[in-house]
Write a protein of this length. Structure first.
Length: 351
């Protein structure tokens, strides 16, 4: 079902008018995160399970991948998802009486004929329970997992997990809390992405970028042109009522989901010709309430989608998983192919 949603709001880029051409792909209760794995399969996490999306055109289906021996769905509130080599990892949180939580880290082997997620951490005495609420995750090139430890009640950071990959399944050998934390200026991390030598973090109402050093660590300060500077670049910051959920590095800038006002923005990076200084400019936005609490974004990949499709998870109301307000994976039509070789040239030409 296609739905064009027009918002009476001016946008900065001529390519985006505030009218969002959306297609409802499939229902996902409390939809949270999106991942295309290496072979093109599409996975989406939600409030009850993690799903593989199959089908075409207006006939897409979602199949739960965390099931028992009888194929029955095992419910768990899934959050971040990421891939390293032939392993796909995801976090989920079991909650009792809205207070007591039990965190799990799960993995599925892409070499298996069918993806099946299994816990790789125990039900009790789990080192993963040291985290308050594991949210966005991303892998370093060395195979260490960075996890945003989301906590609205106290300062928290990005944890780093090291694995032993020599067995039949990965095993956690070390968990380092606050690998990037309050000393770096982080307090409420939500989404994490890694691209090239940079770590990107959504932190409350802001998006921040940090440089890795040659050892794979994130120092609190770095040297730039012989001068010592704080290793934190503020790429975008909204008002106090803003919550940035997912982020996606793209063409040197950053795309983000503004959760509360239902907006997706793209922040363009510009380098001054005269000073060489970086500037970050809000190039475009979809308009307020274009989406119902957008929680994640991803560029479409074949064979299911093309680069003209921007996939969006719309979460809706927290813990409400059945209504048509959110609870879905959507596709928004883009004005050009985001996967094309000249896409970044197009972005650079936009003012």
């Amino acid at each position: 079902m296609h739905l064009t949603k027009c918002i009476a709001i001016a946008t900065i880029a001529a390519a985006v008018t505030g009218c969002v051409d959306k297609e409802n792909i499939t229902h996902i209760g409390d939809a949270e995160n999106i991942l295309f794995i290496d072979d093109g399969r599409l996975l989406v996490t939600g409030g009850n399970n993690i799903y593989e999306i199959t089908g075409s055109d207006s006939n897409f289906e979602s199949t739960p991948l965390y099931v028992d021996g009888n194929g029955k769905e095992i419910k768990c509130n899934f959050t971040g998802i990421s891939q390293y080599e032939n392993w796909v990892f995801s976090s989920c949180v079991e909650t009792k009486w809205l207070i007591f939580t039990n965190n799990h880290l799960l993995a599925a082997n892409t070499n298996d004929s069918q993806l099946e997620f299994k816990k790789i951490t125990p039900n009790s005495g789990d080192i993963y329970d040291q985290l308050f609420l594991p949210n966005g995750i991303a892998f370093t090139k060395e195979g260490q997992l960075l996890v945003a430890d989301y906590n609205l009640f106290a300062a928290s950071g990005v944890a780093r997990i090291t694995f032993d990959y020599t067995g039949d399944e990965p095993v956690i050998s070390e968990l380092e809390e606050d690998f990037v934390g309050i000393n770096h200026g982080i307090s409420t991390p939500n989404g994490v992405r890694i691209q090239d030598d940079y770590l990107y973090v959504s932190d409350g109402n802001a998006v921040k970028r940090y440089a890795f050093d040659e050892t794979g660590n994130v120092p609190t300060s770095i040297e730039v042109n012989g001068l010592t500077e704080t290793n934190e670049t503020l790429m975008w910051q909204g008002g106090l009522a803003t919550i940035v959920d997912d982020i996606m590095p793209y063409c040197g800038g950053i795309a983000l989901t503004s959760y509360l006002d239902g907006n997706i923005k793209y922040i363009k990076r510009h380098v001054s010709d005269s000073t060489g200084a970086e500037e970050f400019i809000e190039l475009s936005n979809t308009g307020v309430l274009s989406f119902n609490s957008p929680s994640a974004i991803a560029i479409g990949q074949p064979p299911l989608f093309s680069g003209y499709d921007l996939l969006v998870t719309e979460k809706g109301l927290l813990q409400e998983k059945n209504s048509s307000f959110g609870n879905r994976l959507s596709s928004a039509l883009m004005p050009f192919d985001l996967n094309s070789a000249n896409a970044c040239d197009i972005v650079a030409s936009l003012d």
